[in-house]
Design a binder for this molecule. Structure first.
Ligand SMILES: [Zn+2]
Length: 220
């Protein structure tokens, strides 16, 4: 099959060999981990300074324009490679387990897409990340507790205040989260406005403790 459809690494475009899947071994090792990129994790936590119920914020990779992480996220979001999402979630979960940085939580909740966007893409990339992360950590995940009840315009090009206004009241909770400690998982952390809106909705439903996990951080 490789002769007809040569499989390439979604990060560097080199041909995959042996049992490599979606990401080559070299990229898997060298992808720019946040802790190697001298980004202080406190700076991630600071994005949630107004939400003290957010106990920890962890991100896996540094997103740079035209870099390997962008290639991976494009494969996941625009080229339909769902395996990349499961794999990235799985690797991050594994590394957290190995580094003993896995938050103490009972449930993983993915950030939902609006149903219009979901039917256009066919899947929610955050669900795939949650699935992989859950597989590695053993913490159950759900993609149905949070509901996005309003279609929002893109957050790109908006500042934090504009982003907060854009996503205010967008999420609703449908499920039992009372007194729970949860991990909310998403693909990219920018200002944190969308994740903060998720936290606010879950807080109203009685959820008490939050940990944020994202696959990438975009610095801006
Ligand atoms: Zn590669």
């Amino acid at each position: 099959m490789d002769l007809i459809f040569p499989r390439c690494c979604e990060a560097c475009d080199r041909s995959l060999v042996g049992n490599e899947e979606s990401i080559c071994t070299s990229c898997r090792i060298s992808l720019p981990r946040i802790e190697r990129e001298s980004i202080h994790t406190d700076s991630l936590k600071y994005k949630f300074v107004n939400t003290p119920e957010v106990l920890s914020v962890q991100a896996f990779l540094l997103f740079t324009k035209k870099g390997k992480v962008q290639n991976l996220l494009h494969a996941l979001k625009y080229r339909g490679n769902q395996d990349v999402g499961i794999l990235l979630g799985y690797i991050f979960g594994q590394e957290m387990m190995a580094g003993q940085t896995l938050p103490n939580a009972e449930l993983i909740i993915s950030v939902p897409l609006h149903k219009r966007k979901l039917s256009k893409r066919g899947y929610n990339q955050s669900d795939l990340l949650a699935e992989g992360f859950s597989k590695a950590t053993g913490i159950p995940w759900t993609g149905t507790v949070l509901i996005r009840n309003r279609y929002t315009t893109t957050q790109t090009g908006k500042n934090k205040i504009e982003r907060q206004e854009n996503v205010m009241g967008v999420f609703e909770v449908n499920g039992k989260v009372k007194q729970k400690s949860v991990i909310i998982i998403d693909d990219v952390l920018t200002t944190g406005a969308t994740l903060e809106a998720c936290v606010e909705a879950l807080k109203i439903a009685g959820c008490e403790e939050f940990h944020i996990v994202t696959i990438a951080v975009a610095q801006h």
